[in-house]
Design a protein around this ligand. Structure first.
Ligand SMILES: CC(=O)SCCNC(=O)CCNC(=O)[C@H](O)C(C)(C)COP(=O)(O)OP(=O)(O)OC[C@H]1O[C@@H](n2cnc3c(N)ncnc32)[C@H](O)[C@@H]1OP(=O)(O)O
Ligand SMILES: O=CC(=O)O
Ligand SMILES: [Mg+2]
Length: 723
């Protein structure tokens, strides 16, 4: 049973209260009375606006539903667009907007690079993500399919020198491509030395780099450096040399590794990849964020037989032409709050109402970040005095305005100058994509990124036009007109509001964490499409994707696109309805089973283990990153097919049962796993999965959070009863 304490007009969960009082407030120069009174005021001022925004979402959805009932199938564009204008779905565009956000860190303004996402409640992963500013190219190549496992280069139990040779050759080719010698190849180098401040390279004679300015400095002795630091497209690279190291001693130049500056920024996620449903969970989320902001987050875990203690990495130093240089050892951390939808019972108002969870997140995560601004910790996250909050799932400019109002009030309460809190606007709902310019206008002094590629965006695409007809297959969405229009229009707005000169135009997640070869082949496309950052699921992916930023000068691409891109609102409104929903029986079944497997594989870990992001094999045994956004797509897709008679309720149930057996099998090795079969009616996870589909039509914007939260709380309560 949760205990509450009365704090002014609020009822505050005791756990949260003690955490704020004892761990967060001390050192922030904000006293307890100011904080709690501020919280009370913000809640009473902004809770009604939040509730009103949610009602508007519902009203608009009802209007869209009735439109589709009256106009089944693909709408007549003119009639449809004019209806969307009438109901306020399409907003008037207004004057041009110029983004003026100031005090942004160079990781956002200058350094195009990978953006890693990490669930904040997993300390082991969160520290790893912060440290993924630097990644070993050798490890990333050796451990993944970028180097094919053939011709003796297979991954074996012990180190396979044949595979190692291929890794080393690949890394040398990378150096040759981006840091060419004036003559010859890095493959031929026998030593790197510093003479009179310049890099001197011995490779059949003494050489230097074709572009000497790419050499920044070194660590260790000039005649026998430990590391040579290079720079290209604002990203650093370290050639690490150690002739006593097991790899270095086999290498002519003594190179033991090539370290790449990789995840320049990281989204520390409290949203799509996290399962946090009560005060206990939320305090866990906030505590890890506090540890990251104070620099003292650490964790100990067993890896094989070894006990590992993981802490945040120090900066990297070097001797350069102008004395000592320093490069951050950690990614610039951006905190993703939850959206406007959910409420939380960790704080209640005088009349017993739960408060919007987004208000709690904004207030508490910003207060925590104040420790960084005050330099209370071991390290500094923002060197320019900014707090970076990423706000997901906003629908249209009025909701962005609401976020702006929230951040303004939070700044007043925590005592930081206006516009200290920067906002990343996730372009992941259709009403935001279509009205992006107006959305940017509302936060033009705060916005530090806009981004696309979101799975949520497809979920919203399905739910918005749910009654229009049966949607195309999930895999076909990638080729659909609306999606390319969404991607291009976002870049267009990022360029024409001048955001690209100050901040990030981001591209989406690579959702197949084990398919790194494919990622290397495809993900440069994100930069060629106008992005200066793109999401990756893991530190390894960050290190590999970093190479794309060496290949492509993103500023040049973006400048080129200023003249060539056009906003494509009309294309964005092409609904992905299946013109002929009479799929081959095996394709129809495959679609249902694939969706069911993804849903169950993800939900079972969410509801029964509290894991918000999982790698789940699909029917072709490709491991997919599944999070709440992919769940939204899969559940909405099945619900949409149910609505339009492509399948029946009975078939949904039997498909779910069949796939639950498979998911049980896939999780056999997990001692904490509770099988869903055969007692499906007593499996909370199974019931949650089924409900997400059968009730999918009625979920707000097709979101999965309401059902997931309720079911997780139900499961936790059951567990308590059994203790
Ligand atoms: C649609 C959206 O909203 S996208 C945003 C939400 N998605 C995300 O946040 C994706 C984040 N990624 C992840 O959570 C994970 O990579 C998963 C769940 C996809 C896969 O995790 P696992 O199955 O544990 O991966 P795997 O076994 O291959 O790798 C584990 C190792 O990689 C590290 N790792 C994996 N992903 C991450 C990450 N995102 N950040 C930091 N470290 C990570 C782990 O720390 C671990 O290393 P360690 O043993 O040294 O600690
Ligand atoms: O937030 C990420 C998404 O894909 O949705
Ligand atoms: Mg999302």
């Amino acid at each position: 049973m949760s205990t509450y304490r009365k704090q002014g007009k609020l009822e505050v969960n005791e756990l949260l209260y003690q955490f704020i009082e004892q761990e967060v407030l001390p050192g922030t120069k904000v006293d307890s009375t100011t904080f709690w009174k501020g919280a009370e005021d913000i809640i009473s001022e902004l809770q009604p606006g939040t509730e009103a925004a949610l009602e508007i979402r519902e009203e608009i959805q009802k209007k869209l539903d009735s439109w589709h009932r009256e106009n089944p199938g693909t709408p007549d564009p003119e009639k449809y667009h004019s209806y969307l204008k009438d109901i306020g779905y399409l907003e008037p565009e207004g004057e041009d907007v110029t983004v003026t956000t100031s005090n942004l860190d160079k990781e956002v303004t200058e350094q195009a690079g990978p953006q890693l996402v990490v669930p904040v409640n997993n300390a082991r992963y969160a520290i790893n993500a912060a440290n993924a500013r630097w990644g070993s190219l050798y490890d990333a190549l050796y451990g993944t399919d970028v180097i094919p496992e053939k011709d003796g280069a297979e991954k074996t139990g012990a180190y396979n020198p044949k595979r190692g040779e291929k890794v080393i050759a690949y890394a040398r080719e990378f150096l040759d491509e981006h840091f060419p010698l004036e003559e010859g190849s890095h493959k031929d180098v026998s030593s790197y030395q510093i003479k009179n401040g310049s890099l001197t390279i011995e490779a059949a004679g003494m050489k230097t780099l074709k572009n000497p300015a790419a050499f920044l400095g070194h660590r260790g002795k000039e005649e026998d450096p430990e590391a040579v630091i290079l720079i290209n497209n604002s990203l650093h690279v370290e050639i690490q040399i150690d002739r006593t190291h097991p790899i270095g001693k086999t290498d002519k130049a003594g190179i033991k590794d090539v370290m790449l500056e990789a995840a320049t920024t990281t989204i520390v996620d409290a949203e799509d990849s996290v399962a946090a449903v009560d005060a206990e969970d939320k305090v866990g989320v906030y505590r890890n964020w506090l540890g990251l902001m104070k620099g003292d987050l650490s964790t100990t875990f067993k890896k094989g037989a070894e006990e590992v203690k993981r802490t945040l990495s120090e900066d990297r130093t070097y001797t350069g032409k102008n004395g000592e240089g320093r490069i951050s050892g950690r990614s610039l951390l951006l905190m993703r709050n939850v959206g406007h939808l959910m409420t939380t019972d960790m704080i209640k108002t005088a009349d017993g109402k739960e408060i919007p969870e987004g208000i709690a997140d904004a207030l508490i995560t910003s207060l925590i970040a104040k420790h960084d601004l005050l330099k209370n910790g071991r390290f500094q996250n923002s060197k320019t005095g900014s707090i970076y909050i990423v706000k997901p799932k906003m629908h249209g400019s009025q909701e962005v305005k609401l976020t702006n109002a929230l951040m303004t009030r939070v700044e007043e309460v925590i005592g930081v100058p206006k516009n200290t809190i920067k906002i990343g606007v996730m372009d992941e709902e259709r009403r935001t994509s279509l009205n992006l310019k107006q959305c940017i206008r509302e936060v033009k002094e705060r916005v530090f990124f806009i981004n696309t590629g979101f799975l949520d965006r497809t979920g919203d695409e399905i739910h918005t036009s749910f009654l229009g007809g049966a949607m195309i297959r999930k895999g076909d969405m990638k080729q659909s007109v609306w999606l390319s229009a969404y991607e291009e229009s976002n870049v267009y707005q990022g360029l024409h509001t001048a955001l690209y000169k100050r901040g990030q135009i981001g591209k989406g997640m690579w959702p197949m964490p084990d398919e790194m070869k494919q990622m290397m082949e495809q993900k440069s496309g994100h930069l060629l499409a106008g992005g200066n950052t793109a999401w990756v699921p893991s530190p390894t992916a960050a290190a590999l994707h970093a190479m794309h930023y060496h290949q492509i000068d993103t500023k040049q691409v973006q400048t080129g696109k200023l003249q060539t891109l056009h906003p494509r609102a009309e294309d964005m409104l092409q609904i992905p309805l299946e013109a002929d929903p009479s799929w081959e029986e095996q394709d129809r079944r495959h679609e249902l089973e694939n969706n069911a497997q993804g849903i169950l594989g993800y939900v079972v870990r969410w509801v029964e283990q509290g894991v918000g992001c999982s790698k789940v094999p699909d029917l072709n045994n490709v491991h997919l990153m599944e999070d709440r956004a992919t769940l939204r797509i899969a559940s909405q897709h099945m619900a949409n097919w149910l609505e339009h008679g492509i399948c029946s309720k009975e078939e949904i149930r039997s498909t779910m049962e069949k796939m639950a057996r498979l998911v049980d099998k896939q999780n056999e090795g997990d001692p904490d796993y509770l099988p869903m079969a055969p007692d499906f009616d007593h499996s909370t996870a199974f019931q949650a999965a089924l409900e997400l589909v059968l009730e999918g039509k009625h979920q707000p914007s097709g979101y999965t959070e309401p059902i997931l939260h309720r079911r997780r709380r139900e499961f936790k309560a059951k567990q308590l009863q059994h203790q």
